[in-house]
Design a protein around this ligand. Structure first.
Ligand SMILES: [Zn+2]
Length: 351
């Protein structure tokens, strides 16, 4: 499993696989292996989550160069309609600036790019749900929507799904100042706290009225909190409610993503990567009913046992785990490179 790709690191993994005679599978072949219960120690499935632009400018050219393949899971609501961008082998300068780009990692591939990758046979495009959504699970304030929060966790990690007049939508940049309550991934939560739209609007309005530079100023969150408490005194405005029926919302999210991908890519969609890598039993059952045959998590979901789909957990390529699990020449060097690379990132992050 990879997310945002850096070419130097990713190419090392591919070189290791090639040098040691590993064969990469596509989605159909992987499903076949699972159904026939046959596996070879020399076969691997490379997966890529979130559909970020590095899929197009790093994964695609490198996989093609090495004659390898993989499965990419895209967040359907995030795919853009932009034209295809020029496909260039990353220059040294581009590679160096990749660290700087990490914060812009939320930029997504377009339909044209996905279609080309799918048709090339190099990347098999599958579902990572429609919204990659989080839902509020408590009425306790956690934060307020603000630019640095979005930048820190990138837009994918702040997809708060809210409801108003029976319509679901995700809070975006136009919602700076809106309260963020305690939350869980949609597929894992068993309760949804519907916040009060009137309070949300008033908070957004208040942040706006404080002027352009207000959000981020010292003490701005305290002011927001004080304002929130002042309008919410004695629960006058507070009409938030808790809902436990999340099934229909989950079903819609998974069904729509599958339908759109099948229409746009003319390809059967049978693989689902769980947003945030987790889900509860109910969500996995719904995914199975909606036609997903292979469901991918990050860590093993020990309490979930789907009846008729395969639940797979994955090793983390972002953290250099690939050589920890696969035998071959150059393994030690790759492990050492992974450690060094992680250290470099920590230093960079602190800087
Ligand atoms: Zn994801």
């Amino acid at each position: 499993m990879y997310h945002y790709l850096e070419s130097i690191r990713f190419e090392r993994d591919l070189r290791f696989l090639k040098a040691n005679g590993y064969r990469t599978l596509n989605g159909d072949e992987f499903l076949e292996r699972l159904e026939s219960n046959s596996n070879s120690l020399k076969e691997v499935l490379l997966t890529f989550d979130d559909g970020q632009r590095s899929l197009w400018h790093t994964a695609y050219p490198l996989l093609r160069e090495y004659g390898m393949r993989g499965v990419a899971f895209v967040i359907v609501s995030r795919v853009t309609d932009k034209p295809k961008s020029k496909l260039l082998w990353p220059t040294e300068e581009q590679q160096r600036s990749e660290f700087q780009q990490m914060n812009n990692a939320a930029e997504q591939c377009s339909w044209d790019e996905l279609l080309e990758m799918q048709n090339s046979g190099v990347l098999d495009i599958q579902s990572h749900s429609f919204h990659h959504a989080l839902v509020y699970s408590t009425d306790r304030i956690y934060d307020f929507v603000n630019p640095s929060y979005l930048a820190k966790y990138d837009a994918l990690r702040t997809n708060f799904l809210v409801q108003e007049n029976n319509q679901c939508f995700v809070l975006g940049r136009e919602s700076f100042g809106a309260p963020i309550y305690g939350h869980y991934p949609l597929l894992l939560s068993n309760v949804w706290y519907h916040d009060d739209p009137a309070i949300r609007e008033e908070c957004i309005e208040y942040a706006r009225s404080m002027g352009d530079g207000f959000i981020g100023q010292p003490g701005w969150k305290k002011k927001m909190l004080r304002y929130y408490r002042s309008i919410n005194r004695f629960g006058q405005l507070h009409k938030g409610s808790f809902q436990r029926q999340l099934g229909p919302v989950i079903r819609e999210d998974l069904a729509v993503s599958r339908r759109i991908l099948e229409q746009k890519l003319s390809r059967k969609i049978e693989h689902l990567c769980l947003p945030f890598g987790v889900a509860g039993k109910q969500a996995v059952d719904i995914a199975t009913e909606e036609g997903y045959k292979v469901i991918y998590s990050v860590k093993p979901l020990s309490d979930v046992h789907p009846r008729s789909s395969f639940l797979m957990h994955r090793y983390n390529g972002d953290k250099g785990e690939l050589p920890l699990k696969l035998k071959g020449r150059g393994r030690l060097a790759l492990i050492l490179f992974g450690i060094q690379d992680r250290l470099r990132r920590t230093l960079y992050t602190e800087y």
